[in-house]
Design a protein around this ligand. Structure first.
Ligand SMILES: NC(=O)c1ccc[n+]([C@@H]2O[C@H](COP(=O)([O-])OP(=O)(O)OC[C@H]3O[C@@H](n4cnc5c(N)ncnc54)[C@H](O)[C@@H]3O)[C@@H](O)[C@H]2O)c1
Ligand SMILES: [Fe+2]
Length: 381
């Protein structure tokens, strides 16, 4: 039994962000809540000029600096309502997209974000029309109905979600990721690869998530190293945007031990999410290899390293080796050591945090407990 929620329309191609004003005009929208990243003002200015030319009003929201917290969402919602906006546009990484997703939902549903996050308040009204434009190729947040928000009171990152919170329109424009620095390209690429691989072997995988995951793996295998070496290669950038999008479509089928570890450990030691995924992904693959051998062999095929005469076991190993090779080639991290700085780690506490914040723990091919956590943590040192 499964179900899937998809965006209504996806536009792919260089310069596609220039279509935003015409899309909004077609829908008869008059005032946009425009959440934007700060790193590249020329993209923002280009879109604003297009909105001005069509006489569409906008309110800029540039307060999302990192992963959104309660304050960023509640403040954004107030601004949306005071400014009488009628739609939402997000141009940015997963943080900006998630913030806009939650702000839009709250603009029509009311209340505080913590009511939905912690008290289980339900979404009962359709959020406003929402266009999402990712500027990183990692989270795939543009493809999901989920918004991850950090709770300032208890430190937990917890999702809000509803079928109607997914972006109506997604624009995958490779030119907006051309300026993404190598370090971020590498980290977000490893995040996307982790989504694709972990969802592919998830115990809750579906035919659609498998299709999306495998295609994401192919594209990342083909283009992640190239995009890191030649950042303005728009074909490679486009491959990664599509891969990240497919990864986002696939993660509704669940993620595994790499993410289960990356989330709390990343939060505890202040490790960027993609870097934490990079450290844990090959270890997670090795840990699961015997319980999903055939699927890892298929991953090796998608990465272009499988040998037809070899056994599934041998090809599955090749998949792990190839992920390690890609990681080394892009300079992504393979060890927790530089991040720990002597701090101690309470595994029971971390596992408890994971249990309280995510249901994904049941999707990993091999059962996970505190001992496994400790073992993998030690291997990551
Ligand atoms: N909604 C979901 O389904 C989902 C899934 C996974 C993760 N997430 C969330 O996504 C967030 C992480 O997203 P992310 O990895 O995209 O990072 P991010 O959005 O936090 O961005 C990271 C940094 O990259 C910069 N940046 C973004 N695009 C750039 C560009 N084109 N050029 C230069 N700099 C650029 C940003 O300004 C920021 O400083 C987290 O908050 C995480 O919880 C959401
Ligand atoms: Fe992730």
């Amino acid at each position: 039994m499964w179900e899937m929620v998809n965006n209504r329309r996806i536009l792919f191609g260089e310069g596609k962000i220039d279509e935003i004003p015409a899309i909004l005009e077609w829908y008869g929208l008059k005032k946009v809540f425009f959440a934007c990243f700060n790193a590249n003002p020329s993209i923002r200015e280009r879109v604003c000029a297009g909105l001005d030319a069509k006489g569409i009003g906008y309110v800029l929201y540039q307060k999302v600096k990192g992963e959104p917290d309660l304050h960023v969402i509640n403040e954004g919602r107030d601004l949306y309502v005071e400014s009488a906006c009628d739609c939402t546009l997000a141009i940015g990484g997963g943080s900006v997209i998630d913030a806009a997703k939650a702000i839009g939902m709250m603009a029509t549903n009311g209340g505080l974000v913590e009511d939905y996050q912690m008290q289980g308040r339900q979404v009962t009204k359709l959020p406003p029309f929402f266009i999402a434009v990712p500027t990183t190729a990692g989270t795939g947040a543009e493809a999901t109905k989920v918004s991850v928000v950090k709770n300032n009171y208890n430190g937990l990152k917890k999702s809000l979600y509803h079928n109607t919170m997914i972006a109506d329109i997604v624009i995958l424009d490779p030119s907006v990721t051309a300026g993404l620095p190598k370090r971020l390209t590498a980290a977000t690429g490893m995040d996307a690869l982790s989504h694709a691989i972990e969802s592919y072997v998830s115990l809750n995988a579906t035919p659609i998530s498998e299709m999306n995951g495998l295609q994401a793996i192919r594209l990342i295998g083909k283009s992640l190293v190239e995009a890191c070496e030649n950042p303005t290669n728009l074909e490679a950038r486009g491959d990664l945007l599509v891969a990240s999008y497919f990864g986002g479509c696939a993660i509704s089928a669940g993620i595994g031990i790499a993410h289960i570890m990356a989330q709390p450990i990343g939060a505890m030691y202040d490790i960027p999410h993609g870097d934490a995924c990079s450290i844990f992904l090959p270890l997670a693959m090795e840990f699961n290899l015997d319980l999903a051998t055939k699927k890892y062999a298929q991953i090796a095929e998608a990465l272009g390293v499988a040998e037809h005469s070899a056994t599934d076991e041998a090809n599955a190993r090749k998949a792990v080796e190839e992920v390690k090779r890609i990681r080394a080639a892009i300079g992504a991290p393979d060890s927790l050591k530089p991040y720990l700085k002597g701090a101690s780690t309470d595994m029971e506490h971390m596992l408890d945090t994971v249990k309280r914040t995510t249901g994904h723990i049941t999707c990993n091919p091999r059962p996970v407990d505190a001992n496994v956590y400790q073992q993998i943590f030690n291997l990551a040192l």
